[in-house]
Design a protein around this ligand. Structure first.
Ligand code: PMV
Length: 314
């Protein structure tokens, strides 16, 4: 039995969230932090997650369950259904990211579980195949996920993602410094994705126009990142945030954070992920400038950290 500890990272969406659910591109970057997992033999499958203090058995969807963590239990069952025979393993996960923050925590969790189970069963898969298995759980967590979170959790790096297509790695001119700020409000990905779907069915033309704008931002953002034109990247983040605001995906707190970040010298800022709460990201020219932005967010009472993305991207 292989009790190797495996890991999977979270992600930030630099450009293009929500449009990506409708087949538009998104540009995302893997985070070093995410989740770790290991397995041990057990009489029946079990999933424990720290520091959440959760320990559950899988519960198949549709079975009447009022158990706490029912969604997690259903997601675990969905993941296990991807295996020919249900593996009798106790999967122990350590989460390093908050859940519902828009940082791809649930995808990191799912990918780490798949890696741990695969490792102990001697199954070898490509990153894309791992992401596909992890999607079984993501569908339970998010309803209609585009797959960007699981793809990035499995592959890392910075990449352009289009639903149903292989990830396209993006080579940055140099790594970039981001400040990630947490609004303290839970992210509402399932709800915001559903809200955009309602808006799309009510006013398809208007929403398609917004998505077309996002697509242009993603493509220009990719070029600006490849060229190392950080001012341009920042401007495009600002534009992307305006479009997300138009779709009612931002909140007063996220707006306050984005404004404060830019006032403190960030080149641009936007919410990241599903919105409706969760996290925002701000781009800084260098580490000292990022630390000033971080301090500005912290002085308003928000949790914030500085991270570098794009290092060692292929
Ligand atoms: O909130 P997160 O980290 O799960 O990101 C969601 C990104 C969306 O584009 C809003 C949804 C999706 O499935 O791509």
């Amino acid at each position: 039995m292989n009790a190797r500890v495996v890991r999977a990272g979270g992600k930030v969406i630099l450009f293009g969230e929500h449009g990506v659910v409708y087949g538009k591109p998104a540009l995302a970057a893997g985070l070093a932090t995410g989740a770790t997992a290991e397995v041990e033999p057990a009489s029946a499958p079990r999933l424990s997650i720290e520091p959440w203090g959760v320990s559950i058995e899988p519960v198949v969807a549709g079975s009447e369950s009022f158990a706490p963590h029912a969604q997690l239990a259903e997601a675990f069952a969905a993941l296990l259904s991807a295996y020919d025979t249900t593996p009798a393993l106790h999967v122990r996960v350590k989460m390093e990211l908050p859940s519902g923050a828009g940082l791809g925590g649930s995808a990191a969790l799912s990918v780490a579980i798949v890696r741990a189970i695969d490792g102990s069963l001697g199954i070898t898969r490509t990153a894309a195949e791992i992401a596909e298995v992890a999607m079984h759980a993501e569908r339970v967590f998010h309803g209609n996920p585009s797959g960007v979170d699981t793809a990035l959790a499995a592959a890392g790096g910075v990449a352009l993602y289009i639903k149903g297509q292989p990830l396209r790695p993006v080579r940055l001119a140099r790594p970039i410094q981001l400040v990630i700020g947490h609004s303290g409000e839970p992210g509402m990905t399932k709800e915001t994705v559903a809200s955009v779907a309602r808006q799309h069915s009510q006013r398809p033309q208007k929403v398609e126009q917004i998505f077309a704008g996002m697509e242009a931002i993603v493509n220009n953002g990719k070029t600006a990142l490849e060229d190392g034109d950080l001012d341009k990247v920042g401007q495009l983040m600002e534009l992307n945030q305006k479009l997300l605001l138009t779709l009612m995906l931002s909140t007063p707190k996220l707006e306050e954070m984005c404004t404060a970040a830019v006032k403190a010298g960030a080149l641009g800022a936007k919410l990241t992920g599903g919105g409706g709460g969760g996290c925002m990201i701000a781009l800084s020219a260098d580490v000292p400038s990022a630390e000033i932005v971080q301090a500005a967010l912290q002085s308003l009472g928000y949790k914030a950290f500085v991270t570098q993305v794009g290092e060692g991207t292929p």
